[in-house]
Design a protein around this ligand. Structure first.
Ligand code: FAD
Length: 275
């Protein structure tokens, strides 16, 4: 099913992100997680691609050669972006859209006829600002170009204050960006996880109220997880009340927090969240 059909069919989409497991044991665990999350009946799932890091070694050589810079590899802090085949995401989007195979409707080796609309393409959005762009006017211009190059939807970086998301959505609207904007949500489950988030989602802001709530937990790890899931639940409830087009859960290959959020919202699957 093409992503456009999913957005057409679902007024609000609910989706889960996974990352490629690094060992056989981790793969086993991931399949347990996937089975548990399947019961929530997501609209779609995504799998991250370690564009500059070690996990890309498992991906086809060609994909590696054409891949967008993506997150710079953590083990190479002075990574030289000028080596990337595509300087900006916009270039990759335009390249994918231009591929003739996507349009010809030839049957693939699996016997399927490719969708004439070609690949469904999602691009990244940054409610709190792109970490690499100090100029927020230019940033919106760049985002608009990236979408106009052929994106079907935007998925945002994680955020903890919904006002940042709503303002981003309005700025997109003012810029004439009309594709669905899906909100990225990552519940805090541990204090060390928070530190990793700050490192991975550069520029992401932890509101004072959240920091106070986590601070009250002291060294009680279970309390931190409860507070983190409660905060994310409230974010989701508020997003649903404000007609969010989709919520994308960064699961970190674990099912517990996402299932807890669904439970706190009083539902057992995504279909019930749409009503
Ligand atoms: C939801 C989400 C999922 C992600 N998943 C992955 C993943 O799986 N693997 C991974 O490696 N990374 C991932 N990332 C990181 C993302 O791929 C990186 O941010 C990527 O390096 C750059 O693409 P971009 O779309 O963020 O920015 P781009 O649009 O490429 O922009 C990068 C910078 O250049 C500026 N810019 C853009 N166009 C121009 C132009 N024409 N002239 C001058 N400046 C310009 C932008 O304003 C920005 O500052 C994800 C990010 C998000 C938010």
């Amino acid at each position: 099913m093409h992503i456009l059909d999913i957005f057409r069919k679902h007024r609000t989409t609910f989706s889960f992100e996974f990352f490629p497991p690094k060992s056989d044991d981790a793969a086993e665990e991931l399949f347990v997680t996937i089975a548990e999350l399947q019961a929530l009946r997501p609209s779609f799932v995504s799998v991250t691609y370690g564009a500059g890091g070690s996990t890309r070694d498992r991906t086809h050589d060609l994909v590696v050669r054409i891949a967008l810079g993506g997150d710079p590899p953590r083990e190479r802090p002075n990574y030289d972006r000028s080596q990337d085949a595509f300087r900006y995401a916009e270039d990759l989007v335009r390249f994918i859209r231009s591929r003739p195979n996507a349009r010809r409707g030839r049957r693939s080796r699996l016997g399927r006829t490719p969708d004439p609309r070609g690949f469904g393409i999602g691009v990244a959005g940054f409610p709190e600002g792109h970490p690499a762009t100090p100029n927020r006017f230019k940033e919106m211009e760049n985002l608009k170009r990236k979408v106009d190059a052929g994106a079907d939807y935007i998925c945002t970086q994680l955020f903890f204050d919904n006002r940042d998301f709503y303002d981003f959505r309005e700025r997109c609207d003012l810029a004439g960006i009309r594709v669905p904007i899906v909100a990225g949500i990552m519940p805090i489950t541990t204090k060390s996880g928070m530190e990793r988030m700050a490192e991975l989602a550069l520029g992401c802001r932890f509101p004072a109220a959240l920091l106070r709530a986590i601070g009250r937990c002291g060294e009680d790890a279970a309390a931190v997880a409860r507070v983190g899931v409660h905060w994310a639940t409230e974010q989701c409830r508020d997003l649903l009340d404000n007609e969010v087009r989709g919520i994308h859960f960064y699961t970190l290959n674990r099912s517990h927090a996402t299932r807890q959020i669904y439970g706190n919202l009083g539902v057992t699957d995504s279909a019930a969240l749409r009503t």
